[in-house]
Design a binder for this molecule. Structure first.
Ligand code: HEC
Ligand code: HEC
Ligand code: HEC
Length: 431
């Protein structure tokens, strides 16, 4: 059992890695869903409903080679245990889902099993999709049958022994997979339940917004904890903490707007979250985004424990660091983020009270300073303003000084950042 468990854990870490890697890659630039107008789910024809749900599940992102035909699969997913290739889910009879029945499709989403009954790697987030109703599964199936078939054999996975043995997944599943459709909580409103259905199910938010140690133990109905996304090395904040995102402080409408447009007065999404908004969340109706926001705001977990500051300075050192940080900020940052750190609402995010930079783990603030970034282009924010990279202009010590400065100025009170942490964030590939 111990051996089985440890293999299970390895597979699971692989799965986490796989998921992270998938999101490292760009989604196709001209996918059919780019900037499509949002659809009203209730009133839609089955095909349109299916399309909407496929967008909500962000299927295209993983099932498309960058620049390739949507849903034709074949995306290489390197893991420390070998390479996985996503499946062709277009309706070609030989290489795609053409011979699959609605029942087969349902079993994949709900049970994580392929048409021949073999077990699927959980990089395909069926641990979330299991919550989807049969009706919604059938609508997605109908839509995926309606798109043009593409002849493209799914490349066999190149997982190393023993991870190439799908039968090992039985152990993983026994420990970590609980099959079951979302059940409405009668104590909550219809709106809350709709939000829970989308966040825990199709949205697979806790695939990233979960603590890595608890990865295997993540249950869809637990408030999402924060955690470093393995290998990708972005920190996905706790969605249930008032201190790691703007969800705690923001109004429902602000959060719904952030999900659909990628920006709010308090924050601009970046890194993997920018892609989630671009490929999926921006296509949701206002009603659905609002339901998700209502559900997210109701989640409460303990705030992550404050850490003792990892660095200690003499008063002289601290003063020198502050001076250096303030100078760098004035030279490189304040034209956009403003001398007061207030930013420009919905254009340049503020730093004052911005949880995205104040959270305990400074990796995101470091990485965006090194790499720059763009919020996604969305209907609500079609031409987002970007931030230039500073990796080549600032040394590790300078990045550490300026990030320390923005975490500590204007009443902010987050811990300082060391140049070692900056050096560690440099080698990580860009998304
Ligand atoms: C995070 C990445 C990811 C997302 C999102 C994703 N998939 Fe997949 N999917 C995969 C991978 C990887 C596989 C192959 C797994 C394996 O080889 O065991 C797969 C396999 C499948 C299969 C099984 C194909 C077969 O031949 O056995 C189906 C069906 C499928 N996905 C449908 C979907 C649908 C529908 C959605 C959206 C609701 C979706 N996927 C979203 C990564 C993803
Ligand atoms: C591929 C990984 C990934 C997935 C999937 C994902 N997120 Fe995120 N999310 C992140 C990362 C990384 C951040 C930190 C970057 C940022 O703040 O924009 C983040 C940030 C956020 C924030 C914080 C914004 C703030 O106010 O500070 C919210 C809200 C959020 N995600 C909601 C969601 C919801 C809802 C879903 C599911 C529909 C989801 N995320 C799915 C990776 C992910
Ligand atoms: C040209 C304008 C511009 C300059 C100069 C600039 N930024 Fe930014 N910054 C932005 C924009 C736009 C975003 C949102 C990027 C995104 O969402 O991908 C951003 C986001 C950030 C964030 C994440 C905050 C959040 O809520 O999204 C941090 C941290 C940050 N900048 C730090 C800095 C630092 C440090 C400097 C100076 C070394 C700097 N920026 C210089 C425009 C700028």
């Amino acid at each position: 059992m111990a051996a089985r468990k440890s293999i299970g854990i390895l597979v699971l870490v692989a799965a986490a890695f796989v998921l992270a890697t998938l999101y490292l890659m760009q989604a196709p630039p001209n996918g059919p869903q780019q900037n499509a107008p949002p659809l009203a789910p209730a009133a839609l024809q089955p095909l349109e409903r299916g399309k909407y749900l496929v967008l909500a599940g962000n299927c295209v992102s993983c099932h498309t080679v960058p620049g390739g035909t949507p849903f034709a699969g074949g995306r290489a997913i390197p893991t420390p245990f070998g390479t996985l290739y996503s499946s062709n889910i277009s309706p070609d009879p030989e290489t795609g889902l053409g011979k699959w029945s609605a029942e087969d499709f349902w079993r994949a989403l709900h049970e994580g099993k392929s048409r021949d009954g073999s077990l699927l790697y959980p990089a395909f987030p069926y641990t979330n999709y299991t919550k989807v109703t049969r009706e919604d599964s059938d609508a997605m199936y109908a839509y995926l049958r309606s798109i043009p078939p593409v002849v493209q054999a799914t490349r066999p996975n190149e997982m190393r022994f023993p991870y190439d043995k799908r039968s090992l997944l039985a152990g993983w599943r026994a420990l970590y997979f609980k099959e079951g459709i979302h059940q409405d909580d009668p104590k909550q409103s219809a709106q809350w339940n709709r939000g829970a259905y989308l966040v825990e199910g199709l949205g697979h938010c806790n695939a990233c917004h979960a603590s890595r140690n608890a990865w295997g133990a993540v249950k869809g109905d637990e408030p999402a904890a924060g955690g470093l996304i393995p290998m990708l090395n972005w920190y996905a904040p706790s969605l249930a903490s008032g201190r790691e995102t703007s969800v705690g402080a923001g109004e429902v409408a602000e959060i719904a707007g952030l999900l659909r447009t990628g920006v709010s007065a308090r924050h601009a999404v970046f890194g993997p979250m920018s892609e989630v908004v671009r490929d999926s969340l921006q296509h949701l109706t206002e009603e659905d985004a609002t339901a998700m926001a209502v559900y997210l705001k109701s989640q409460r977990a303990d705030d992550p424990k404050e850490e003792e500051s990892r660095l200690s300075f003499t008063p002289e050192e601290k003063e020198a660091l502050d001076r250096q940080g303030a100078r760098l900020y004035a030279d490189h940052c304040e034209t956009c983020h403003q001398p007061t750190g207030q930013g420009v609402p919905r254009v340049y995010p503020p730093f004052v009270g911005n949880q995205a930079i104040l959270m305990r783990n400074p990796v995101n603030a470091i990485r965006i300073t090194l790499n720059g970034g763009f919020p996604p282009s969305t209907a609500g924010n079609p031409r987002p303003y970007g931030m230039p990279p500073f990796a080549h202009r600032l040394s590790d010590a300078e990045v550490a000084a300026v990030v320390t400065y923005i975490r500590g100025a204007w009443g902010n009170a987050a811990s300082p950042v060391s140049s070692v942490e900056v050096a560690g964030a440099r080698g990580v590939p860009l998304e």
